[in-house]
Design a binder for this molecule. Structure first.
Ligand SMILES: Nc1ncnc2c1ncn2[C@@H]1O[C@H](COP(=O)(O)OP(=O)(O)O)[C@@H](O)[C@H]1O
Ligand SMILES: [Mg+2]
Length: 162
């Protein structure tokens, strides 16, 4: 098996940068993988995973809302170019539940499948074609009072194609 290729690595200065990066990433995924891809989105709560998916959807012409699938586990979208399945497995009780919910059929079919909290489906989910890691960094050189200011928290993204 070939070594994972590190293709993208960037600081995301604000929300608009996360949306723009989502669009860029979606184009990279489609040009490398075509109409079917499994994308794992790693990162803590608030790191920007849902915002990144919004950027992917915007670049496909989806202008409507992009709701977090925290409670529904899945929000599906149909765009002119391809189907997008946005999962958030944070509240999944066990990996077997994925089969019970019929999600196995989605993974077998075409479309862009983006998964927040893929760790929750460990052992059951297909392997990732693309792994995205979003992280939050406090500037440790600042005094604690300033370092916890949300506007001082820096976000970072790195992407690996399998
Ligand atoms: N690069 C960024 N800089 C500052 N805020 C951001 C950035 N990206 C996203 N946000 C904001 O962070 C918050 C959490 O984002 P969200 O995408 O819901 O995170 P997650 O899905 O990882 O929990 C939202 O209010 C979003 O607007
Ligand atoms: Mg989210």
């Amino acid at each position: 098996m070939s070594k994972a290729e590190h293709v993208m690595d960037q600081v995301l200065t604000d929300e608009a940068a996360t949306v723009a990066f989502g669009a860029q990433l979606r184009q990279a995924i489609c040009s490398r993988l075509g109409e079917s891809a499994i994308v794992y989105l790693h990162g803590d709560l608030g790191a920007g995973k849902t915002t990144l998916v919004r950027g992917m959807l915007r670049s496909l012409g989806h202008l409507g809302a992009v709701k977090s699938p925290t409670y529904t586990l899945l929000e599906p979208y149909q765009t002119d170019d391809l189907d997008v399945f946005h999962f958030d497995l944070y509240r999944l009780k066990s990996p077997e539940e994925l089969e019970f919910l019929g999600f196995d059929e989605i993974f077998e079919g075409p479309g862009l499948k983006c998964l927040e909290w893929p760790e929750q489906g460990h052992g059951w989910l297909p392997a990732a074609d693309v792994e995205v890691t979003l992280s939050l960094h406090r500037d440790e050189s600042l005094p604690a009072s300033t370092a916890n200011d949300p506007s001082r928290i820096q976000r970072h993204v790195s992407v690996r194609f399998a």
